[in-house]
Design a protein around this ligand. Structure first.
Ligand code: NDP
Length: 492
């Protein structure tokens, strides 16, 4: 039996009515196969969730196909109005959403309103862009009026990770539906509860049946059925580089559907001796401490100029500890240090730390579990483990940072770029010419100058170079990947 909170808890009323069924054609559907969600703060059972199989994916695609003609013919303004209303309803449900994310993947409930408002604002941003989707016209061929139409694909699929469930939800749902597509979305099996809670709001927001279906389940079953579905025309995926490679293959082997990929990272943050040291230490620490290190664009590889290394490491380590703060149940209003999302994630992060130890690399801070209940890990820092070490090269996805020292600008750029990832890079310096050289030279989809992630404005493209992805989210540009362009040539 899933745990129910005591009646005096502010979250009690939400704990007695958790939605766990698939959402297809504006109706909740229970399936025979269930999978458990455990609370990572307490290790107690939170819910048993219906697993969507191939039949549910087919039913959602049928409904999406049926809904598409009317939805895509609706005025862009009317589609935007549904997205705006959904955003408002999400903000009204902020406490319930905070409760559900805390008991599934351990987000700190006290911090969560900001994340819900962020997701709602993103939906509103795309609601506004719906009316801006235009083609081009050309009179450059004698006797002809030529033009382009930007048209939705039809039925699209989205597969999202667990680390920012509502953020990833909004990043797919906003542009897909604004552009007139219908969508079948699979949340992660670690964190499906907020998407299913939002599903309750979808009919209230005015979306017709079939426009947006939500199918919880495992990647190898539900995700693979979406990625290889013959009637899904476009797939937007966010997750690890390893799975990105698999879904791209499934898409290619089925109907060669268009694919956009938002993948992993091992983002460098370079700090020069002329930078504001305290500001750089704090920003770099906040980037890796956020969400307990479970962010794709976290600054997990720091490069600091040798002349300031001692002072920087001291300030950085202190700022990292302060940013993680107090361990506790994610529902407790005083907690600031979230647990890792589940047992597997905890073991994976501890596995990287232990593997480094067996190679003779001892962290200069942290490196241990906190307490014996819940999946909490200390903020952990390794110093100069070697450029080729596993801890410096692989995405760990936990509160584990590597600080490397360097001597020259050329060396810093070469080492920062020496990775197959290319999501987000940062540089801290007051030398404008150096800023320009690095803005050009860093191999990353996003470059922060005297700032680092989570800085990423909606109106600018978001995405990675190299094996960090393909395509861009956010910004008007992202609508390109949710529409097809048709060229029409007309003799006058
Ligand atoms: P995974 O790649 O493990 O999973 C992502 C999604 O893919 C999940 O819904 C998962 O399902 C599904 N999946 C797994 N296997 C398959 C398959 N064979 N076919 C289809 N779908 C499948 O990533 P995580 O969920 O662990 O998320 C962490 C990763 O996501 C990190 O690498 C992080 O960097 C990256 N990420 C990237 C972002 C970006 O914008 N670039 C943003 C956020 C995260 P299941 O439910 O079984 O897990």
């Amino acid at each position: 039996m899933p745990t129910t909170l005591p009646p005096n808890s502010p979250f009690y009323r939400f704990s007695t009515s958790i939605e766990t069924r698939c959402f297809i054609n504006n109706t909740f559907v229970e399936t025979a196969d269930k999978f458990p969600i455990y609370n990572p703060s307490t290790e107690e059972l939170s819910a048993q969730v219906s697993q969507a199989g191939v039949n549910e994916v087919d039913a959602a695609v049928d409904a999406a196909e049926k809904a598409f003609p009317a939805w895509s013919e609706l005025s862009a303004d009317a589609r935007g109005a549904c997205l705006r209303r959904l955003a408002e309803l999400m903000v009204e449900s902020v406490d319930e959403l905070a409760y559900l994310e805390a008991i599934s993947m351990g987000k700190v409930a006290a911090h969560y309103p900001g994340e819900v408002r962020w997701a709602a604002a993103l939906l509103q941003y795309f609601a506004g862009l719906a009316t801006e989707l235009h083609g081009e016209t050309s009179l450059s061929t004698a006797g002809m009026l030529n033009l382009t139409l930007r048209q939705p694909y039809g039925v699209c699929g989205a597969i999202i990770p667990w680390n920012g469930p509502l953020a990833a939800f909004a990043m797919k749902v906003g542009p897909a539906l604004a552009a007139g597509n219908t969508l079948v979305l699979k949340p992660s099996e670690k964190s499906p509860l907020t998407a299913l809670c939002v599903a309750k709001l979808i009919p209230k927001a005015g979306f017709p049946p079939g426009v947006l279906s939500i199918l919880p389940g495992f990647g190898a079953v539900t995700g693979a059925a979406i990625a290889s579905h013959m009637r899904i025309r476009k797939l937007a995926f966010t997750g690890s580089t390893r799975t990105g490679r698999i879904v791209k293959q499934l898409a290619a082997k089925s109907n060669l559907k268009h694919v956009t990929l938002e993948l992993g990272g091992k983002s460098p943050c370079i700090v020069f001796e002329d930078a504001d040291l305290a500001a750089a230490a704090e920003a770099a620490a906040l980037s890796i401490a956020g969400n307990s290190g479970q962010l794709c664009y976290a600054s997990s590889r720091v490069y600091v100029q040798a002349s300031i290394a001692d002072r920087f490491v001291e300030a950085y380590t202190a700022a990292f500890r302060k940013a993680m703060g107090k361990v506790g149940d994610a529902l407790d209003p005083d907690t600031t240090h979230a647990p890792q999302a589940d047992a597997a994630q905890f073991q994976s992060v501890m596995g990287f730390i232990e593997a480094a130890r067996t190679q003779g690399l001892e962290p200069i801070a942290g490196g241990r579990r906190v307490g014996e209940r819940g999946y909490f890990i200390e903020p952990t820092v390794f110093l100069d483990p070697g450029e080729g070490s596993q801890i410096n090269r692989e995405e760990i996805f936990g509160p584990v940072a590597v600080v490397n020292t360097f001597e020259t600008e050329e060396e810093a750029l070469q080492r920062a770029n020496d990775t197959e990832y290319g999501l987000y890079s940062s540089i801290f310096t007051n030398d404008l010419k150096r800023v320009l050289r690095f803005a050009k030279g860093l191999e990353a989809g996003m470059v922060g100058v005297n700032c680092t992630s989570p800085t990423a404005p909606f109106d600018m493209p978001f995405g990675g170079f190299k094996q960090s992805g393909e395509g861009r989210e956010f910004s008007f540009k992202s609508l390109d990947s949710w529409t097809e362009t048709k060229t029409v040539m007309m003799k006058m």
